[in-house]
Design a protein around this ligand. Sequence first.
Ligand code: SAJ
Length: 418
Amino acid sequence: MSEIFKGRVAIVGMGYIGLPTAVAIATRGIDVIGVDINPATVAALSRGEAPFVEPDLAVGVSGAVAMGRLSATTEMPEADAFIIAVPTPFNSDKSADLSCVEAAASQIAPMLRPGNIVILESTCPPGTTERIRKWIADLRPDLKTPVDGENRADLFFAHCPERVLPGRIMIEMITNDRVVGGLTPQCAEKAASIYRLFAQGEILLTDAASAEMAKLVENAYRDVNIAFSNEISLISESLHIDVWEVIRLANRHPRVNVLNPGPGVGGHCIPVDPWFIVSAAPELSRLIRTAREVNDHRPHHVAGQVVEKAKRFKSPTVACLGLTFKANVDDIRESPAIEVVSLIAQSMPDLSILVSDPYVSTLPKLLGNFANLHLESAHQAVERADIVVLLVEHEAFKTIKHTRLGGKVVYDTRGAWH
Ligand code: SAJ
């Protein structure tokens, strides 16, 4: 029979993954302590408030805190299970920066007692769960860790990669299948007992390295497919063929599903994770590397197109709609839209640029220093613009009436008005 988890869970990192996971577990009647280095995050959670926007998260946080199941702290507590959900960006050479993971492991180490489990949710290169075991084994020689698949140990280690889509996190957290990779089968089974508390999808047990690689493959798969559509867009543009029409037709084939071209690939996952595969096997990752390069080039191409269009006017005003990394979220991390706007502003200092995003109330740092750039309401920006560039297909923009765009040059990088 499957083990049922009882005990207390500490989740390290109260971000886009850690906090929704905390809510999902706390709502099942388990005590969860959220740990974060940011005192403002901890203060917001302690008041029962979510520190960022994600559908249904705010109500989940206030409910879990009011029930007394979810609390937050900057200090590592004692617990039965520790889930690490901290950022894993890349270094300048595109290798993974595991400093936050290592810091979390070293803070968890002194709190560990026999029977505890440490679960890594952050996306990491293959072998990281084993590295965590080693870091902790060095700090706690008094506790036996599972070496070489040996089952008898005091501590358990697993990798359970998150795979929820921003904008649908609270739903996908519950409904997605879940990959649970243990350093030993016992580790996997123990980790699964936690995910079974809330996951309605299937729990797929495996080893830690396969789980680590599967997660990277998921995001690289998406990146390669978006690169394909971005390349089709470039080619269609050069042949004066409407790419949206091409994709619409091609996708009527029963085994074809071309994704949407756009101004580039953003967020903290897809532009980052494929590099972990490339740096693990540089000689063998030609397609994955090229896809990254194709997608990274997109903002430059889109900005170049806008500049070309602007040159046709005497003193043009350009409205750039959308700053977040994708539609209907407030997340601006690695946003290609911001890069596009910044590239345009740099190339044409005399151009008047009006930017608008219903999820962004102050100009992001990268855009703060351009004298020719202002944040505006979408209504005002469109009204005053000669050129309207749609960078993010927020619902609020999709409903802009076509008549309001009449007489303007429209560059819809997302095909939302097609
Ligand atoms: N994008 C396109 N064209 C498309 C689809 C997306 O240009 O057809 C762009 C988006 O605008 C955005 C970027 O790609 O800038 C990434 O967006 P996304 O919606 O594809 O993915 P994320 O980054 O929000 O979430 C991904 C998801 N991974 C996969 O779909 C394989 C999610 O399930 C992961 O949990 C998440 O990464 C993560 O945290 O790793």
